[in-house]
Ligand binder design. Structure first.
Ligand SMILES: *[C@@H]1O[C@H](CO)[C@@H](O)[C@H](O)[C@H]1NC(C)=O
Ligand SMILES: *[C@@H]1O[C@H](CO)[C@@H](O)[C@H](O)[C@H]1NC(C)=O
Ligand SMILES: *[C@@H]1O[C@H](CO)[C@@H](O)[C@H](O)[C@H]1NC(C)=O
Length: 352
């Protein structure tokens, strides 16, 4: 055999790698050269840009999705709803928006926007915007000067690693903030900057890099989703000011028994609690009015029914209302289901 076959294999591998590289380059070039898909027929609305489809029965909407666009078309003043998802837009400038000052709804999901190429005042130029979707792009930070009217801001799956109080101070009307799938860490939330969002109902920080919960949350919150981070502990009294919270999802973190202070989930409005895929060895106490409890995929060895039954007394407001209880994928040898059913009379699903 000797050294030759090896050299030979090596050379072949190199050649293969080279050709794969060429292929991918070629593929990229083809994509770059592909022209936007334009409409050449007569448009129902004379002012409809050729990049878009304007439906006769939906006068305020421009459908310009999946057209290989690299820039935002010039928008007519009647545009209230603009759909630009699934394109190749990498920059946002003010110009095309200059007549569309009434824009309410802008969808830029699945494009190639980077923060550097979003012109500073683009969003200030559309002051009535209510919904802004920029998911699956390449943003490193929040767009600046977002209009105060904004109600929904969806920025999932970018690479945002910093947020500043300035970003949020203006957003008094924001109801929903989705920053899931970004790169936010504990350092991103050093000050209680979220409290400025005084109308916020849903906060989604799913799949980031937090090991601690943000220092303070707006008291208006109904839904808190912080799954798939690396949180170990819930601070004592953390939810004390959140009197409207009905859903907490902390699944897929690293929460231990010691990380849950006694009575921390004593929240009068709480209906759903997700603690699946953590490191619990026992059932934490939860309020009697809780309806959905997810504890699957932990390290719980046994369920002390009298203690679990006792736990709900942290809010003595009537009989336990648990309907749905997942405790599968733990290390439980025997579950006293009858006793659980007696304790939770309206339990509809017990998954173990
Ligand atoms: C805005 O409207 C004016 C007047 O109709 C027109 O001249 C101009 O080209 C429009 N700008 C854009 C970006 O569509
Ligand atoms: C089960 O829970 C009850 C009530 O909290 C407690 O008194 C008892 O000691 C527990 N049993 C065990 C074996 O831990
Ligand atoms: C739970 O909260 C209620 C009122 O919010 C309070 O009266 C009660 O003492 C609390 N229970 C525990 C165990 O902290």
């Amino acid at each position: 055999m000797g050294i030759w076959p090896q050299l030979c294999l090596c050379a072949t591998a190199l050649l293969l790698a080279e050709s794969a590289k060429k292929k991918s380059l070629k593929h990229k070039n083809v994509e770059e050269e592909e022209e936007p898909i334009l409409y050449t027929g007569v448009q129902y609305y004379a002012d409809c840009p050729p990049e878009c489809n304007c439906l006769p029965n939906f006068e305020t909407a421009l459908n310009c999705e999946s057209r290989r666009l690299r820039r935002v078309p010039n928008l007519p003043p009647r545009t209230l709803h603009l759909y630009l998802q699934h394109n190749r837009i990498s920059a946002l400038t003010i110009e095309p928006f200059s007549n569309a000052t009434e824009l309410r709804w802008l969808n830029l999901n699945d494009n190639r926007l980077t923060s550097k190429k979003v012109e500073n005042k683009v969003f200030a130029s559309i002051p009535h915007l209510l919904h802004l979707y920029i998911e699956n792009n390449d943003l490193a930070k929040l767009p600046s000067k977002l209009p105060t009217t904004l109600q929904q801001l969806r920025l999932a799956n970018n690479r945002i690693s910093t947020v500043s109080p300035k970003d949020f101070a203006r957003l008094k009307n924001l109801l929903l903030l989705d920053l899931s799938g970004n790169r936010l860490g504990d350092a991103s939330f050093t000050s209680p900057l979220l409290t400025g969002l005084s109308s916020l109902i849903q906060l989604n920080l799913y799949r980031n890099q937090l090991t601690k919960l943000p220092p303070k949350l707006p008291s208006s919150l109904f839904q808190l989703y912080i799954e798939r981070n690396a949180i170990t502990t819930i601070p004592e009294g953390y939810f004390n000011d959140l009197k409207k919270l009905f859903s907490i999802r902390l699944n897929a973190n690293a929460i231990t028994d010691d990380g849950i202070p006694r009575g921390v989930f004593n929240i009068s409005s709480l209906l759903e609690l997700g603690l699946a895929h953590n490191q619990l060895t026992q059932v934490p106490d939860f309020p009697a009015h809780l309806e959905y409890l997810y504890l699957n995929h932990n390290q719980i060895k046994w369920v002390n029914v009298s203690s679990v039954c006792d736990g709900p007394r942290i809010s003595a407001d009537g009989p336990p209302r648990l309907r749905y209880f997942r405790i599968d994928d733990n290390h439980i040898k025997r579950l006293y289901t009858t006793e659980l059913m007696i304790c939770f009379p309206i339990l509809q699903a017990l998954i173990f």
